[in-house]
Design a protein around this ligand. Structure first.
Ligand code: MLT
Length: 323
C-alpha cells in the first residue's frame, strides 16, 4: 500500500508543474524571425503584450535572425510542443521560404501547428530623401538610368521586402542590387541615412518615418489606398497596375502542441485583436485586421496551404532558389 502511494507521488512529481496546473503557469517564449524594431517584432510586442494579459503569463521575445526567418522557424519546429514556445512569422517565413530554400531541415506545413492568423499590411515604395524623383513614373525612370548606383534593402531572400522587390522588378522592369539585412528595422535606418536608396517595405515599418519627413513615398502595393495614409496613391493609380502584395502575419507552435493549448492561445489572440486600443495602434500603422473567423487555427491552416499553392509557381518562375 505504502509503496503504491510512493509511486503515485513520484509520477506526479515527474509530471512536473503541468500536471493539475492550468496552462500557462510560466512565461511563454515568442520566437521572432527578424531584428528588433522591425514590423514583425513590433507586431509581436503589441499583440504579445495583450495576449499575456489574457493568459496571465508574460511573453518573452526571442529574436532569432538570419536567412529571412528560416533559422527561426527551424528553432520553433525543434522546440518542445508544450505551449511554452511559439513563433510569429509571415507570408515570407512560412510560405515563400518553403519554395526558395530547398534544403530546409524541417517542413513548414507538417512540423508547425497554425495557431492564429494575424494582421496583414501592404507594402510601400519608399526611398531616401536624396532620391530626386517626385512620382512613381519618375522613380522608375531614375532607377533604370542609375541601376548600377542604386541599392535596395531587404530582409533576405524570401522576406516580405524581397517578395515586394521581385513584384516591383517584374512589373516596372527595374533591377537594382539588393542588400540583405537581418530585418527591415535596421534596413530602414540605412535608408534614412541614404546608405541604400530604395525599399519595398511593409507600411507598418515605413509610415512613422514618412510622417516624420525622413523618407519619400511613391505608392502602396494594394488595390485600395490604405486608410492610415489616404494620400498615398496605389501602384495602379501611379501608373503601374499589377503590383499588389500584402504581408500577412501569423502565430505557429511546434507540431504536437495539445489542441486545448492551441485553442487557448487562439482565443487570447482573438481577444487581443478585438481590443480597441490594440486595433487603433495596428490600424494606424496600416495593418488590416482579420476577423475572428479568419483567425481560427484550422481556417488559418487552410489559408496557409492555399498561399503555398499560389506562391510556389510564382517563385519557381522567378527562378529564385537557395540549394
Ligand atoms: C521584419 O520584421 O524585418 C520584416 O518582416 C522583414 C521582411 O519580411 O521584409
Amino acid at each position: 500500500m505504502l509503496r503504491r502511494v510512493a509511486l503515485a507521488l513520484l509520477a506526479v512529481a515527474a509530471a512536473g508543474p503541468a500536471f493539475g496546473q492550468a496552462y500557462p503557469n510560466k512565461p511563454i517564449n515568442l520566437i521572432v524571425p527578424f531584428a528588433a524594431g522591425g514590423p514583425t517584432d513590433v507586431m509581436a510586442r503589441i499583440v504579445g503584450e495583450r495576449m499575456a494579459k489574457e493568459l496571465g503569463q508574460q511573453f518573452v521575445i526571442d529574436n532569432v535572425t538570419g536567412a529571412a526567418g528560416s533559422i527561426a522557424m527551424g528553432k520553433l519546429a525543434r522546440s518542445t510542443p508544450d505551449g511554452y514556445t511559439i513563433g510569429i512569422g509571415h507570408l515570407g517565413t512560412n510560405v515563400v521560404n518553403g519554395a526558395i530554400y530547398r534544403n530546409l531541415n524541417y517542413d513548414l506545413i507538417n512540423d508547425l501547428e497554425p495557431v492564429a492568423l494575424l494582421p496583414s499590411n501592404p507594402l510601400l515604395v519608399v526611398t531616401s530623401n536624396q532620391v530626386p524623383a517626385k512620382d512613381l513614373k519618375e522613380l522608375v525612370a531614375y532607377l533604370k538610368a542609375n541601376a548600377d548606383k542604386i541599392s535596395g534593402g531587404t530582409a533576405g531572400l524570401g522576406s516580405g521586402s524581397h517578395i515586394g522587390a521581385l513584384a516591383f522588378f517584374a512589373v516596372t522592369g527595374t533591377n537594382y542590387q539588393l542588400v540583405p539585412y537581418r530585418g527591415t528595422g535596421p534596413a530602414v535606418q540605412d535608408l534614412i541615412a541614404n546608405q541604400i536608396q530604395v525599399m519595398i517595405d511593409q507600411s507598418s515599418n515605413s509610415l512613422p518615418h514618412i510622417r516624420a519627413g525622413k523618407l519619400k513615398v511613391y505608392a502602396v502595393t494594394a488595390k485600395q489606398r490604405t486608410a492610415a495614409a489616404p494620400d498615398i496613391p496605389t501602384t495602379a493609380e501611379a501608373g503601374f497596375p499589377g503590383i499588389e502584395v500584402a504581408i500577412w502575419h501569423g502565430l505557429w507552435a511546434p507540431k504536437g502542441t495539445p489542441k486545448e493549448i492551441i485553442d487557448k492561445l487562439n482565443a487570447a489572440a482573438v481577444k487581443a485583436l478585438q481590443d480597441p486600443e490594440i486595433r487603433g495602434k495596428l490600424e494606424n500603422l496600416g495593418q488590416d485586421i482579420p476577423t475572428p473567423e479568419q483567425m481560427k487555427a484550422d481556417a488559418f491552416g487552410t489559408y496557409q496551404k492555399a498561399e503555398f499553392a499560389k506562391w510556389k509557381p510564382i517563385i519557381d518562375k522567378a527562378g529564385v532558389k537557395v540549394e
